[in-house]
Design a protein around this ligand. Structure first.
Ligand code: ADP
Ligand code: MG
Length: 446
C-alpha cells in the first residue's frame, strides 16, 4: 500500500459523505507508512483520530481493501500538528476549571492573541471557506496578496476566531513576525489616552509591526480624529508592504460615518464576507466542540441543536455548553431528551424578574447609583457593573442585544454584544467575576 492508494481511497470516500464531514475529518490526513500488517495514517488531531476510528473505520477499511491494500489494521497517528491542538484542548479544559493551577489558561500574550483561536479548531464550510482560504494565503506570504484583507459578517460567525488564527499561525510558523491584534475600540481608547496624557510612542507602536489585525472596525465609525490617525497608520504600513487585516460586522460601504478616504483604502485589497454556516457545518462544529470536552454526542442531538441555532455560532456553542454542563451536574445523558428539556426551559423567562430588577440589583451590589450605570460615565467602577448588568439581561432574560443596550442607556447594540462577550470571557478565566455574577443572581432570585 502507498500514498496513491490512500489518495484514491480519500477520493472515493469524499463522494459518499458530506462536504463538511470530509473537510473536517479527512482533508488533513496523510499516509505515513505500512508494513503489510499495519497501515499508519497521520491525522491532525485527537478529534479526527476518534472520528475515523469510531465512525468511519468500516468504510475506510473496506475502501482501502477494494483498492488493493493488504493489512490487518489501520492505526491513526496524530502527527506534527498534534501539539497545537493538544494545547487548545488544554486551554478549554482549564478555562472550565480555573481553580486548577494557572498553567494553560487561554494564553493571551503581548500580541493580543488568544491561543485558543487557531486554524485547527476552525471548521471550514461553505459560509467561510473563501475567508479561510484568504487567511491561509496570508500566513504563507504576509503583506503580498490580499492587503488589506477586510473580513465582514454577522455576530458570532467566527470573524475574531479567523483573524486571530492568522496571527497564531504566524507566531508558530514565522516567529520573527511582529504581530499586533487589537479591537478598534482599543485603538480608539489608546489614541485618546495618548492625546489626553500626552503619551509618546502611540504612532510607533502601531507602525512598527509586520502584521496589524484590527477587529470590529465598525467601532471606529464617527470618531473622526481616530479615523485620521488610523488613516496615517494604514498608509505607513501599506507602503512598507506590511499586512493589514480588518474585521467588521458590515462591509466598508455600510459603516456609518466612515470617512470616504478610509473607506476607499479598505476596499483596496480583498473584501470577503462570512455567511451563516449551513446545516452540515453546524453539525460538524457541534461534534468537534463536544469532542474537545471528551464527549461524543449522538447524531439526533447534534441535529436538534443545529436546527435550533442557525445564525450565530456563539449561541450554538452556548447551547451545547449548557447541555453538557446540565448533563454533568444532574448526571444525565446529554441526549435529545435532555436537550429538548433545556431548550424549552431556557426560552421561558423567569416571571418575577424584570429588566429593571436586573439593572437595579447589579447597581446596588456594586454600590453604583442608577443614573450612573445607565449614564455616560466611563470609569472602570461604573463600566464593569454596566457590562455585568448587560450580561445578566442576556443570560437571565434572553433579551435581544438592541434591547439590552437600550436598558443601559446605550444606542449602539454592538456595545452590548461586546460587553456580554467580555463578561463571558471573564467568567471563564476570573473566579472573582464568576463569584460576583453568582451573588447577584442569588439576590435576583431570592
Ligand atoms: P465573531 O467575531 O464573528 O462575532 P467569534 O469569532 O467570536 O465570532 O466566534 C464565536 C464563537 O464561535 C467562538 O467561540 C468561535 O470559536 C466559534 N466559531 C465560530 N466559527 C467557527 C468555526 N467555523 N469553527 C469552529 N468554531 C467557530
Ligand atoms: Mg468578534
Amino acid at each position: 500500500m502507498d500514498e496513491a492508494v490512500w489518495q484514491t481511497t480519500l477520493g472515493e470516500i469524499e463522494l459518499t459523505i458530506s462536504r463538511a464531514s470530509f473537510v473536517t475529518w479527512f482533508k488533513n490526513t496523510r499516509y505515513l507508512d505500512s508494513d503489510g500488517n499495519t497501515v499508519k495514517i497521520g491525522v491532525p488531531n485527537i478529534f479526527a483520530k476518534q472520528q475515523l476510528e469510531v465512525k468511519f473505520s468500516d468504510q475506510i477499511n473496506k475502501t482501502l481493501k477494494k483498492n488493493g491494500a493488504k493489512f490487518s489494521e489501520v492505526v491513526y497517528v496524530i502527527d506534527n500538528k498534534a501539539a497545537k491542538i493538544d494545547e487548545a484542548t488544554d486551554n478549554v479544559l482549564h478555562a472550565k476549571a480555573p481553580s486548577r493551577p494557572a498553567k494553560g489558561i487561554n494564553k493571551v500574550n503581548t500580541t493580543g492573541l488568544n491561543s485558543k483561536y487557531n486554524f485547527e479548531t476552525f471548521i471550514v464550510g461553505s459560509g467561510n471557506e473563501l475567508a479561510y482560504a484568504a487567511c491561509q494565503a496570508i500566513v504563507r506570504s504576509p503583506g503580498v496578496k490580499y492587503n488589506p484583507l477586510f473580513v465582514y459578517g454577522g455576530v458570532g460567525l467566527g470573524k475574531t476566531h479567523l483573524v486571530q488564527a492568522v496571527g497564531n499561525a504566524l507566531v508558530e510558523e514565522k516567529p520573527d513576525t511582529r504581530i499586533l491584534y487589537i479591537s478598534s475600540e482599543t485603538f480608539v481608547n489608546d489614541f485618546l489616552d495618548s492625546i489626553r496624557y500626552k503619551k509618546k510612542g502611540f504612532a510607533d507602536k502601531y507602525r512598527s509591526v509586520d502584521v496589524l489585525i484590527i477587529d470590529d472596525m465598525q467601532f471606529i465609525g464617527g470618531k473622526e480624529k481616530t479615523q485620521e490617525e488610523f488613516f496615517h497608520t494604514f498608509n505607513a504600513l501599506h507602503q512598507a508592504n506590511k499586512q493589514i487585516i480588518i474585521s467588521s460586522d458590515k462591509p466598508p460601504k455600510s459603516i456609518p460615518t466612515l470617512s470616504e478616504r478610509l473607506r476607499s483604502r479598505f476596499e483596496w485589497g480583498m473584501t470577503i464576507d462570512i455567511q451563516a454556516p449551513d446545516f452540515e457545518t453546524r453539525c460538524a462544529i457541534l461534534q468537534v466542540k463536544a469532542n474537545t470536552q471528551g464527549i461524543e454526542l449522538d447524531q439526533e442531538t447534534v441535529e436538534f441543536l443545529a436546527t435550533h441555532f442557525q445564525t450565530n455560532i456563539r449561541e450554538l456553542e452556548g447551547a451545547l455548553n449548557q447541555l453538557l454542563a446540565f448533563s454533568e451536574m444532574r448526571g444525565v445523558e446529554p441526549n435529545l431528551e435532555t436537550a429538548t428539556g433545556i431548550l424549552n426551559g431556557s426560552r421561558m423567562r423567569p416571571k418575577h424578574v424584570s429588566a429593571r430588577n436586573v439593572v437595579e440589583k447589579t447597581a446596588k451590589y456594586f454600590s453604583v447609583d442608577m443614573p450612573d450605570i445607565v449614564g455616560p460615565k466611563r470609569d472602570r467602577e461604573v463600566v464593569v457593573p454596566r457590562q455585568i448588568a448587560m450580561y445578566l439581561l442576556r443570560s437571565e432574560l434572553h433579551m435581544s442585544f438592541p434591547k439590552v443596550a437600550r436598558e443601559l442607556g446605550r444606542k449602539d447594540h454592538t456595545t452590548a454584544i461586546h460587553s456580554v462577550d467580555k463578561i463571558e470571557q471573564a467568567i471563564a478565566t476570573d473566579s472573582n467575576v464568576r463569584q460576583q455574577v453568582n451573588e447577584i443572581k442569588e439576590k435576583l432570585y431570592a
